[in-house]
Design a binder for this molecule. Structure first.
Ligand code: FAD
Length: 496
């Protein structure tokens, strides 16, 4: 047996008969299909990275009850120092995809770590469901599973509740319940990484009201569960001509999919919440789950911002504009924005606190980071576009142009830079386009703006968790320092 999970083992685990559909077809094997295989390999390589002898200590830890070391994503920090140790592992994983794989396995591991810290919240709701969750956490962490989640009901008519939609089973709901478990029917959005994960956590983070109890569930099933259909979006990987032309899309297109539950049976030992709207919200907000999952996301974004800054600097060097004052100003602004993300990650750790035996990042710092970075990402992309100009488009159609000697010679004459060769210029700007403007890049802007909820939602969390008293007390203190009567008395004295 290996010392920890390997890439080969993960790839094998995905050859499990899951029902993934793309371009009108059922995919026989996601690990070899042209739409997914490179991204699946990238995800699997995370396990090889952690298994490498030089990384094993940094990336994995010995978990009680597990027969091998597992990813630090599953580690429940007992102190600030352990949280930092865990963050270093998460950072190293994010660096493997330059921050472009949002649903690397540490995302869901972080969510479940947060829920496990708040097991008391589950126990107060229902002892049997809490036992099921604790048992599942042990199973998932000890097996070093790769999970994704679907926690949003599909868009249709957002002015109506789930039970008021034309089809009551548009959003996944309990259709039946018996001694063995619950049966689910309907859809959920949006399983990022669904094609390459082992299992999916299915629940609802959107507030639900009276009448929406059948939608208020939480459970986990393997991606090959009977009746579960994975409806993939378009694959950017499949249309990426080559690594040279689309260095990111060709390898890090983690995929997003709608999941349809065609009467999927979920046994009780995998049901963590059954038809309880209040508990659905509590699992995220009365436990530190929402904080932990988004803390991981900010660590990943911190890495991605550094990558974007590298792109910005290289654009300026490649086009020979690096010494223009306005360009330095633009780069200085980007550097400050990147450092803000970095600083917020560190601040949420430094301002973190113990919750029982475990250490939890500071909630409000996390929500500040979310609000600000959702707005920041499109701004940064716009700044990169402004720096780059037409260089992102002034490119050979594909790597095949280099194979033709006449065209190669023309590329040599037309693609020039003070900083690199013609080939270097084309190679770099192809990467820049895949970062900034390709369909893959565009999906990333949508991702960073929405993966954690629309901006009005994250602003609501920021409002909820801010220490308003500390601010309003200052105002009260100021107002208490003078009165209208004192002021009038002074006026009267002055008039006498
Ligand atoms: C690339 C990508 C990957 C994703 N991956 C995942 C995933 O892995 N798992 C998962 O569960 N989800 C995932 N999501 C879904 C994500 O969580 C949702 O997109 C997000 O929560 C917003 O919900 P929505 O898309 O339904 O937008 P909506 O809630 O419909 O909001 C869209 C817009 O409508 C307006 N609006 C809607 N409601 C209101 C309101 N009440 N008040 C004011 N304005 C309103 C706002 O302008 C808002 O920005 C992903 C999304 C994207 C784009």
């Amino acid at each position: 047996m290996e010392i920890c999970k390997t890439g080969a083992e993960h790839i094998k685990s995905l050859q499990d008969g899951r029902a993934v559909y793309i371009d009108g077809e059922l995919v026989p094997d996601v690990t070899t299909h042209l739409a997914f295989r490179n991204s699946v390999a990238s995800a699997a390589s995370l396990y090889d990275f952690q298994a490498a002898p030089e990384n094993i200590e940094r990336m994995t830890f010995a978990l009680d009850g597990a027969n091998r070391r597992v990813s630090r994503g599953w580690q429940i920090p007992r102190s600030y120092a352990e949280m930092v140790e865990r963050r270093r592992a998460l950072t190293a994983w994010a660096e493997r995809s330059f921050g472009f794989m949002g649903r690397s396995p540490d995302h869901l591991a972080s969510a479940l770590v947060g829920q496990r810290i708040g097991l008391d919240v589950f126990a107060r709701y229902n002892e049997a469901r809490a036992k099921a969750f604790a048992g599942y956490f042990d199973y998932a962490s000890r097996s070093d599973l790769f999970l994704t989640y679907v926690i949003i009901n599909p868009q249709a008519d957002r002015s109506k509740s789930a039970d008021q939609q034309q089809d009551r089973f548009l959003a996944a709901a309990v259709v039946d319940e018996d001694n063995e478990g619950i049966t689910m029917r309907g859809a959920k959005m949006l399983a990022t990484g669904g094609i390459m994960a082992n299992e999916v956590l299915v629940t609802c983070i959107q507030p639900l009201g009276q009448g929406e109890e059948p939608y208020a569930v939480s459970f986990a099933v393997p991606l090959n569960a009977k009746g579960l259909k994975v409806l993939s979006r378009k694959s950017y990987e499949e249309s990426a001509v080559s690594v040279f032309d689309n260095p990111l899309a060709s390898r890090f297109d983690e995929n997003d999919a709608i999941l349809y539950f065609d009467d999927v049976k979920v046994p009780w030992d995998r049901v963590f919440i059954n038809q309880n709207t209040a508990m659905c919200l509590k699992q995220f907000h009365a436990t530190p789950a929402h904080i932990y999952q988004n803390y991981q996301a900010q660590i990943r974004l911190m890495v991605k911002m550094r990558f974007l800054l590298g792109i910005a600097r290289r654009i300026a060097e490649t086009n020979g504009v690096i010494n223009f004052p306005q360009v330095k100003e633009a780069l200085g602004n980007l550097a400050a924005q990147s450092t803000m993300v970095d600083a917020l990650v560190h601040a949420m750790e430094v301002k973190g606190a113990m919750r029982g035996a475990y250490f939890v990042p500071d909630a409000h710092t996390l929500y500040s980071a979310q609000v600000l970075t959702q707005q920041l990402y499109p701004e940064v992309i716009k700044a990169l576009r402004e720096l780059a100009g037409g260089g992102l488009i002034m490119l050979p159609s594909s790597v095949a142009d280099f194979a033709d000697e006449t065209l190669r010679e023309l590329i040599g004459r037309t693609q020039r830079s003070p900083a690199t060769s013609s080939e270097g210029r084309v190679k770099f700007f192809k990467l820049a386009w895949d970062t900034i403007g390709s369909e893959f890049a565009s999906r990333h802007t949508q991702y960073e703006m929405f993966y954690a909820g629309a901006n009005f939602v994250t602003k609501g969390h920021s409002f909820r968790t801010f220490d308003w008293d500390r601010c309003t007390q200052m105002i009260d203190h100021m107002l208490d320092g003078y009165t209208l009567d004192d002021e009038l008395a002074q006026c009267r004295r002055a008039a006498e």
